[in-house]
Design a protein around this ligand. Structure first.
Ligand code: FES
Length: 256
C-alpha cells in the first residue's frame, strides 16, 4: 500500500497569553505503518513544532487523557489509526472542559467536582473494622460493578453530549454512570429516594434529552444507553408517591 501524506489542521490557542489569537495551523507529515494520532502528534512535536500542546500518559486507552475532536468527533488519539481516517485531519480540543492550551484540556478538575456532587463513595452505617473480613458479594454483582467501573474519564461522552453543550452544570453520562455503579453495589445502603435527592434533577438524570451520542462515542463501549434508561426509570418511580408507584409498576408489568 502506498504511503500517504497527511495534512493536519490543528487548533492553536494559549488562553494565558492575551496576545495569542486562536487559529488553525497546518502540518504535513508522512504516514508510517500502523501510525496512530498519538504517534503523529508526537512526530509533529518532535520534528516540526515543539510548542504544540496535547496530553497523553498511557498510550493504551487506559488513562483517558488523550481524547480530542478528530474531524469533529470525540476520539482517543492513542486508539485512532491514521489509516482509518481521511488524509486531511482536523483536530480540536474537547469542548465542555477548561482549555489549557492547543489540544490540552483539564478533564481532571471536572471529574473531581463531579465525584463530590454525586457523592461517589459507598454509603454505609457499618462501622469500619480493619480486622473484619471484607464484605462479600456474588460474582454477578462484582462483574456488573466492574463493567461500570471501566470508565476511563476521558470526557468523550460529555464532548458529544447535546445537553452538556447547553448547560455546563450537567452531570453527563460519566456522572450518571457513576451513580448507576453505586446503585447496584450491595454495600451501599442508600435507597432509591436517596439517589433521587442527588441526581433527580435537570442537571442530573432528567436533563438527558435522549440523543445518546455519549453511547455512540464512548471509546470503551460502556453500556451508557441501557444505564441511562435504567436510572431514569428507577428514579422517576422513586419520585412518585407509593400508591402511584405501585400502579405504574403494575402497568409496566402488563406491558412487558
Ligand atoms: S494516552 Fe491514555 S488513553 Fe490515550
Amino acid at each position: 500500500m502506498s504511503r500517504r501524506t497527511l495534512t493536519f489542521s490543528i487548533f492553536r490557542y494559549n488562553p494565558y497569553d492575551p496576545e495569542f489569537e486562536p487559529r488553525m495551523q497546518e502540518y504535513v507529515l508522512e504516514e508510517t505503518p500502523r501510525m496512530t494520532l498519538f504517534t503523529a502528534l508526537t512526530d509533529i512535536r518532535e520534528k516540526l513544532d515543539p510548542s504544540l500542546q496535547f496530553d497523553f500518559v498511557c498510550r493504551s486507552a487506559v488513562c483517558g487523557s488523550c481524547a480530542l475532536l478528530v474531524n469533529g468527533r470525540p476520539r482517543l488519539a492513542c486508539r485512532t489509526r491514521t489509516d482509518e481516517i481521511p488524509r486531511r485531519i482536523t483536530l480540536h480540543p474537547l469542548p465542555f472542559f477548561r482549555l489549557i492550551g492547543d489540544l490540552s484540556v483539564d478533564t481532571g478538575s471536572w471529574f473531581a467536582q463531579m465525584a463530590g456532587r454525586v457523592q461517589s463513595w459507598v454509603h454505609t452505617t457499618r462501622p469500619f473494622d480493619p480486622a473484619s473480613e471484607e464484605g462479600r458479594m456474588s460474582n454477578e454483582q462484582a462483574l456488573a460493578i466492574y463493567e461500570l467501573d471501566r470508565c476511563i474519564e476521558c470526557g468523550c461522552c460529555l464532548a458529544a453530549c447535546a445537553t452538556a453543550h447547553m448547560r455546563d452544570d450537567f452531570l453527563g453520562a460519566a456522572g450518571l454512570l457513576r451513580i448507576a455503579r453505586f446503585l447496584i453495589d450491595p454495600r451501599d445502603q442508600r435507597t432509591d429516594g436517596d439517589f433521587f435527592e442527588v441526581v433527580g434533577t435537570d442537571e442530573g438524570v432528567f436533563g438527558c434529552v435522549g440523543l445518546l451520542a455519549c453511547h455512540d462515542y464512548c471509546p470503551k463501549n460502556l453500556p451508557l444507553m441501557t444505564q441511562l434508561a435504567y436510572l431514569r426509570r428507577k428514579l422517576a418511580l422513586a419520585s412518585l408517591r407509593p400508591p402511584l408507584r405501585w400502579i405504574l409498576r403494575q402497568i409496566a408489568r402488563r406491558v412487558a
